[in-house]
Design a protein. Structure first.
Length: 125
């Protein structure tokens, strides 16, 4: 009996155990947290399916001549690096739009309006 327990332990250690693994029912999507610091509000919104994922064009933002946008570029570049992405379009949480607006000193409505006009805010889906 001890041999069997040792073998199970060894197989589990190697990741090739024969025990049945939990299989998700077909069609059911399980949302899991991927952030370094958990965000229960965002996770609950993602699970409910009612999330808004604004997309911002980072390359377009970098091309704008104003130095006032530099903190925004750093913020979005940080998000991009943390995710390991290289695409120009960076999708953020709706709450990040509030933070970006605060960095510019604008209200959220003015921020959204201005960045849509500049072609930086591409999507508010």
């Amino acid at each position: 009996m001890e041999y069997v327990d040792t073998m199970r332990w060894l197989l589990r250690l190697l990741g090739i155990d024969n025990e049945k693994k939990k299989i998700e029912p077909p069609g059911e999507v399980v949302i899991k947290e991927r952030r370094a610091e958990p965000d229960p509000v965002a996770l609950a919104a993602a699970s409910s399916g009612g999330t808004s994922r604004p997309g911002l064009d980072l390359e377009r933002l970098k091309a704008l001549p104003s130095a006032a946008y530099h903190p925004l570029t750093e913020y979005l570049s940080y998000i991009q690096v943390k995710r390991g992405e290289t695409e120009s379009l960076v999708f953020v949480r709706a709450s990040d739009i509030d933070a970006l607006a605060a960095l510019t000193g604008e209200s959220k409505d003015n921020f959204v309006k201005e960045f849509k006009r500049l072609g930086v805010l591409i999507s508010m889906n």
